[in-house]
Design a protein around this ligand. Structure first.
Ligand SMILES: CC(C)(COP(=O)(O)OP(=O)(O)OC[C@H]1O[C@@H](n2cnc3c(N)ncnc32)[C@H](O)[C@@H]1OP(=O)(O)O)[C@@H](O)C(=O)NCCC(=O)NCCS
Length: 215
């Protein structure tokens, strides 16, 4: 009983310390979210209510999560991404080539858990993930991609491409190939605040029918 209570308070204290340390880096973490044991936030992140983490997860600078996000397994998210509500990223699968997919401890004390397979999801920088998107498997999402609301993403998404549907398929590229390579080269997400101020007009340019970022 005492051991249980001590564990409860120790966990609560660790969570408090984690939130406080991250607040120093400008990150807000809701009290209503959980599972930070192996999570790192680069700074200025927003983690609202009901987010659940489990696994080795890194979240890049200024990336904001949505309500009820679930990030499970080996997940890396780049800088300046925006994730909508009810998004799930799952990198693990129950065993599918064995007698049962059941891995709960109610059967063989959970020993079948060792048969789980683990993948990795890598999300680039400046990715917009719409409401209710699910990402599964071994997937890399390129910089500047958009995952349309409700998509189930099972394959890599090239940079600056919009994908939609179940399974998600490319709808279109956001910009011309030339502009895509110019933005990839610019890597604005790695710039300092002052450097960003210097190129601020670029962010207000409608690139839809342009061929050159600097024209
Ligand atoms: C993808 C999105 C950005 C729109 O992009 P767009 O290029 O303007 O797309 P359009 O509206 O011109 O639609 C293009 C096609 O994609 C389809 N489409 C658009 N969004 C879709 C979606 N979420 N799922 C499936 N298909 C979709 C359209 O029906 C259309 O199909 P058609 O060519 O057969 O008529 C938008 O639909 C979306 O999903 N936004 C996310 C909103 C959201 O989740 N916000 C909250 C989080 S911050």
């Amino acid at each position: 009983m005492i051991k249980h209570l001590l564990y409860k308070y120790w966990t609560r204290y660790k969570k408090y310390r984690f939130r406080k340390e991250n607040k120093k880096l400008g990150t807000f973490i809701s009290k209503e979210s959980k599972g930070y044991q192996n999570v790192s936030f680069e700074g200025k992140n927003r983690i609202p209510d009901r987010c659940n983490f489990s696994g080795k997860i890194s979240i890049g600078f200024a990336t904001t999560l949505g309500y009820n996000n679930m990030l499970m397994g080996d997940v890396s998210v780049g800088k300046y991404c925006q994730i909508g509500a009810d998004v799930a990223i799952h990198t693990t699968n129950h065993p599918i080539n064995y007698l049962s997919t059941y891995i709960n401890k109610l059967l063989f004390n959970g020993e079948l858990k060792t048969l789980k397979t683990t993948n990795k999801v890598v999300v680039g920088n400046d990715v917009w993930i719409g409401h209710n998107v699910i990402i599964v498997g071994n997937v890399t999402i390129g910089n500047g991609a958009i995952l349309a609301a409700g998509s189930v993403v099972t394959k890599d998404v090239p940079s600056y491409t919009i994908v939609a549907g179940t399974p998600a398929k490319p709808l279109k590229k956001r910009f011309s190939d030339k502009i895509i390579s110019q933005v990839e080269e610019l890597q604005w997400w790695n710039k300092t605040e002052n450097e960003l101020k210097a190129i601020k007009p670029l962010f207000f340019k409608n690139l839809e029918n342009l061929e050159d970022l600097y024209q």
